[in-house]
Design a protein around this ligand. Structure first.
Ligand SMILES: Cc1cc2nc3c(=O)[nH]c(=O)nc-3n(C[C@H](O)[C@H](O)[C@H](O)COP(=O)(O)OP(=O)(O)OC[C@H]3O[C@@H](n4cnc5c(N)ncnc54)[C@H](O)[C@@H]3O)c2cc1C
Length: 422
C-alpha cells in the first residue's frame, strides 16, 4: 500500500474500548465471498452477506477501521457530495432523485445498524452547514427551499446574525440546520460493524494484505482465500489491486486535531452541540466530543507526506474560525486518506464477472460507504437494481497516468484551495 500511512494515536483510539486483534490469514480457505477491506464498505458487505447465509471471509491489511473509517470526522451528511440541483442538471430528474433516495437510505441504514446491533458509538442527530463567503449564503437559503419543494425534505435556514447562537463565531454569513444529518464515533461504529458481521457468521482476518487477485483467489503472504465472488472495498488503495478501477479517484490527506478538554467553554463554543461543515472547497468540519473537546478537521494535502507539525497545521483553520481558542492546546492530531473522484460521486462497478467494487465516497463515506457495502452484497447475490443507480454514473479517469496523477491533481486542488481565500 503506497498511500501515506496515517499517524496515531487518535482520540478515537484513546476513547474506544480496546479490541482484541484478529489473527492473520494462514493457509488455504474456501468461501462463497471474499471481501477485501475492513472499513465501513467491507464490513457492511460482510455483515449483509453473512446474514444472508453466505460463507464470507473478510481480509483487512491493517486492523478494523485502520483506513478512513476509523479516523474520519464522524459527520453524517445528507445527499451526495454534489447538490441535488447540480445532479438534476447533469443527470436529469429521475437519476438525481434515485441518488437522493439512496442517500436517504444510507443515513437510515447507519441508524438501523446501530440500533439493531446495539452499537454504542455516540450517535447524535443534526448537522449545520455554514456559509463561509457572503456569496455562499443565498444559494444555501435557496437550496433549503428547493429541497423542501422538490423532495419534501425539511431543513431550516439560519440568518448570519443568528449563527452565533448555534456556534460562537462571526465568520459565517448564514447556515442551514439539517436535522437528518448527524455525528458518531467512527472507530466505535467500525468495530461495532465488525462484531455484528462476526455474530452473523463472517470470518475476519486482520494484518492480511491482499497482494494479488488471480484464478478466483485472494492471495496474502500467509495464504489465500478461494471464493466464488469478491467484493473490493479498499477505497484509496483500490488501484493497487485493480489499476483500471482505481484510476477514477485520488487520495487526499485530510487532517484532524483535538483540543485539550475545554470544560465550561465547550458549551459556549458550540451552544447547539451540532457538528458543523462549511462551504469551502477545503472544508472545515468540526464538533464537540462527549468529553468536551473540539474535534476539528481542517487543511489537507495531496502528497504521500504529512505536514511535520500536524497540530500547528490544523491550529491555523481552528484559529480562523475561533480566535478565542488561541490559548488552548491540542492533545491529538492525525490524518487520513479521503478517496475523491472528479465528479465527487462514488464509483461503483464490476471488475470481471464475479467481482464488484465501490470507492471514492468524496468525504461522504460514513453513510455512503456503509450503504455501498449493502449494495455490493445485493449485487453479489444477484440483485443489482440499487447498485446500478451508482454503477451507471460515468466516471472519467483522473488525468496524468500513474506517475503524474498526484502532482497534476495537487496543482488543480491548490487552485481551488486558493479560491477559498479570495
Ligand atoms: C480525515 C478524514 C475525515 C473524514 N471525515 C468524514 C466525515 O466527517 N463524514 C463522512 O461521511 N466521511 C468522512 N470521511 C470519508 C470516510 O471516512 C470514507 O469515505 C469512508 O470511511 C470510506 O470507507 P471504506 O470502507 O470505503 O474505506 P476505508 O475505511 O479506507 O477502508 C478500506 C480498508 O481496506 C483496507 N485495504 C486496502 N487495500 C487492501 C488490501 N490490498 N488488502 C487488504 N486490505 C486492504 C485498508 O487497510 C482499509 O482498512 C473522512 C475521511 C478522512 C480520512
Amino acid at each position: 500500500m503506497t498511500a501515506a500511512t496515517p499517524l496515531g494515536p487518535t482520540w478515537y483510539e484513546a476513547t474506544a474500548p480496546a479490541a482484541a486483534p484478529r489473527p492473520a490469514l494462514k493457509g488455504e480457505v474456501n468461501a462463497d465471498v471474499c471481501v477485501v477491506g475492513g472499513g465501513y464498505a467491507g464490513l457492511s458487505a460482510a455483515l449483509h452477506l453473512a446474514k444472508a447465509g453466505l460463507k464470507t471471509v473478510l481480509l483487512e491489511a491493517k486492523s478494523i477501521g485502520g483506513g478512513a473509517s476509523g479516523r474520519n470526522g464522524g459527520q453524517i451528511h445528507s445527499g451526495q457530495r454534489k447538490d441535488q440541483e447540480d445532479l438534476e442538471r447533469e443527470l436529469g430528474d429521475t437519476h438525481a432523485r434515485e441518488l437522493w433516495t439512496l442517500a436517504q437510505d444510507a443515513k437510515a441504514l447507519v441508524r438501523s445498524l446501530i440500533s439493531e446491533h446495539d452499537i454504542d458509538c455516540d450517535l447524535k442527530n443534526g448537522i449545520l452547514h455554514a456559509a463561509w463567503k457572503h456569496a455562499d449564503a443565498e444559494p444555501l437559503r435557496r437550496y433549503v427551499d428547493h429541497m423542501a419543494a422538490r423532495y419534501g425534505y425539511a431543513q431550516s435556514y439560519i440568518e448570519a446574525k443568528d449563527v452565533p447562537a448555534y456556534v460562537a463565531t462571526s465568520r459565517y454569513h448564514g447556515a442551514t440546520n439539517d436535522p437528518g444529518g448527524g455525528q458518531l464515533h467512527p472507530l466505535k461504529f467500525a468495530r461495532g460493524l465488525a462484531r455484528a458481521a462476526e455474530a452473523a457468521g463472517a470470518i475476519i482476518h486482520e494484518g492480511s494484505i491482499v497482494t494479488a487477485l488471480a484464478n478466483s483467489k485472494a492471495v496474502t503472504t500467509g495464504g489465500h482465500v478461494a471464493a466464488d465472488h469478491f467484493v473490493l472495498a479498499c477505497d484509496t488503495w483500490l488501484g493497487e489491486l485493480d489499476r483500471s478501477a482505481g484510476r477514477t479517484a485520488i487520495a487526499i490527506n485530510s487532517f484532524i486535531a483535538v483540543t485539550a478538554p475545554l470544560g465550561a467553554r465547550a458549551a459556549q463554543l458550540i451552544p447547539s452541540d451540532l457538528p458543523v461543515a462549511d462551504t469551502k472547497f477545503v472544508v472545515d468540519y468540526y464538533r464537540l466530543t462527549p468529553d468536551g473537546r473540539l474535534l476539528f478537521g481542517g487543511g489537507e494535502n495531496y502528497t504521500p507526506r504529512y505536514p511535520r507539525d500536524l497540530k500547528a497545521f490544523v491550529a491555523k483553520p481552528v484559529h480562523r474560525v475561533f480566535p478565542q481558542l488561541r490559548d488552548v492546546t491540542f492533545d491529538y492530531a492525525w490524518g487520513g486518506p479521503v478517496g475523491v473522484t472528479l465528479s465527487r460521486l462514488p464509483h461503483f462497478g464490476h471488475a470481471g464477472a464475479r467481482t464488484v467494487f465501490a470507492h471514492g465516497f468524496s468525504g461522504q463515506g460514513v453513510a455512503l460507504a456503509t450503504l455501498a457495502g449493502q449494495l455490493m452484497a445485493e449485487a453479489t447475490m444477484g440483485t443489482a437494481t440499487r447498485f446500478d443507480v451508482f454503477a451507471k454514473l460515468k466516471h472519467r479517469p483522473l488525468p496524468g497516468g500513474r506517475l503524474l496523477r498526484t502532482p497534476i491533481m495537487a496543482l488543480g486542488m491548490a487552485w481551488y484551495a486558493l479560491k477559498d481565500r479570495l
